[in-house]
Design a protein. Structure first.
Length: 299
């Protein structure tokens, strides 16, 4: 067995019932394979409701559930009731990151730089002009998201995003580049700059294309890199990041960073960003999964 993991039998929770189910199944399978390769006994559970039971002998749980059920705190609350160690943010911290309205409100109080934003209630119009981004506040993986570059596009985009949620988060679009900062525990990983072929880092660019470029370490100077990592750590702490996570940014043409969100259970697929950042820090995928698992604790 590789290393000295304090657990020998782990449950990997994957799937879920939300819009990110397929991504979660792939992420969970990758984590399970890595832990088995490290010599652990792994029980994979496809979670579709909260009535699940853990197999006998499971000593800790590694949730790889994206979005609703995985990142809203419900599964974590169930694990807390069972008294079993698990990886990731605690049940009451999870909604801070899943719900983008809560995220923005907390980061605003913490003086973390963000793009201009507002919540659009059913029947309301956006108060600022295009270009802007419309987001369903409790979705991820670029699902329920529209980038709008003209005023004429706004009504149709609102209608499309409202298919996922009647309330919409609107942000001013930050012209520039996208980057991300990952965490292993409180260790800040190298910055990744994302260069999608189409110009937009949407669901297709994330999971279906092979021409998205990931520059790691990102081509920023030492001052800019330190600024991004410090801001990411501040957001991570405000939003209750624990054991792992990834903070996403837009950086404008003048080098000003704007925090977008914290992913408390980031992806572990072949194109996922946390494993890429870990690799740039000299941590291979198997070691990354073991080191994350080793942090699991009872809440």
């Amino acid at each position: 067995m590789m290393g000295a993991c304090k657990f020998s039998h782990v449950g990997v929770l994957k799937g879920g019932s939300g819009s990110e189910r397929e991504v979660s199944l792939r992420s969970g399978a990758a984590v399970a394979d890595a832990l088995r390769a490290a010599g652990l006994t792994v029980s994979e559970l496809d979670i579709q409701d909260l009535g699940f039971t853990l197999p006998d002998g499971v000593e800790a749980v590694f949730p790889v559930l994206h979005g609703e059920m995985g990142e809203d705190g419900l599964v974590q609350h169930r694990l807390e009731e069972l008294g079993i160690p698990y990886v990731g943010s605690r049940s009451w911290e999870m909604p801070r990151s899943l719900d983008k309205e809560i995220t923005h409100a907390l980061l605003q109080v913490g003086a973390v730089p963000m793009a201009e934003w507002e919540m659009i209630e059913p029947g309301e119009k956006v108060s600022f002009t295009a270009p802007l981004v419309l987001k369903a506040p409790r979705q991820g993986s670029s699902i329920g998201l529209a980038i709008v570059f003209s005023e004429e596009e706004i009504p149709g985009a609102l209608e499309e995003v409202r298919k996922f949620d009647p309330r919409i988060l609107a942000e001013k679009f930050v012209e520039g580049t996208e980057c991300t900062v990952g965490f292993l525990g409180d260790q800040v990983l190298p910055v990744i700059q994302i260069v999608p072929h189409s110009g937009n880092y949407d669901y297709e660019a994330k999971y279906l294309r092979n021409d998205t470029q990931y520059l790691c370490p990102a081509p920023y100077d030492a001052v800019q890199t330190e600024k991004l990592q410090s801001l990411a750590l501040k957001a991570y702490k405000i939003l209750g990041g624990r054991h792992l996570g990834r903070v996403d940014f837009r950086v404008d043409k003048n080098g000003n960073p704007f925090v977008l969100e914290l992913n408390t259970i980031p992806g572990f697929t072949a194109t996922s960003l946390l494993p890429k950042a870990a690799a740039a820090a000299g941590i291979d995928f198997q070691s990354l999964c073991v080191r994350i698992l080793d942090q699991a604790e009872v809440v």
